[in-house]
Write a protein that binds this ligand. Sequence first.
Ligand code: CMP
Length: 136
Amino acid sequence: MRTLLFIKPDGYRRRLIGAVLKRVEDGGLKIVEIKTVRLDRARAEEFYKIHKDKPFFSSLVEFITSGPIVACLIEGDDAAPRLREIVGATDPKKAKEGTIRHLYGTSIQNNVVHASAPDEDPEREVRFFFGSQRDR
Ligand code: CMP
């Protein structure tokens, strides 16, 4: 299956791209495609629309549009749940030792990466960044 990972502006600014991608590959998943993009407000609001009524929504949109992000198309058996294991819980303080967010996250918002929730249509998130074309 396919799923989406992106490195957030905090991870990009702190030069954590290599460290993050190494954890994903060492976890047995394949990185099929990578692109650096900057989301504008409308695209960020669309991507995170399931959170639009949450108190953190405007701050999240501000943060995610504050600089480049690195979107990665990830493939593997059970890629979405396995990637979430590698990434760890949303709150770095609650993330298991050795996960990306435990190692590098600094707050519940500045948690370095986003990984599609297995039960929230990972394929929609893949298409959001990579469309449906397959040129590999
Ligand atoms: P992410 O997995 O990308 O999904 C939604 C994002 O909102 C989350 O990671 C955090 O960056 C951010 N966020 C900020 N505050 C909260 C919160 N209280 N609960 C969940 N997510 C939050």
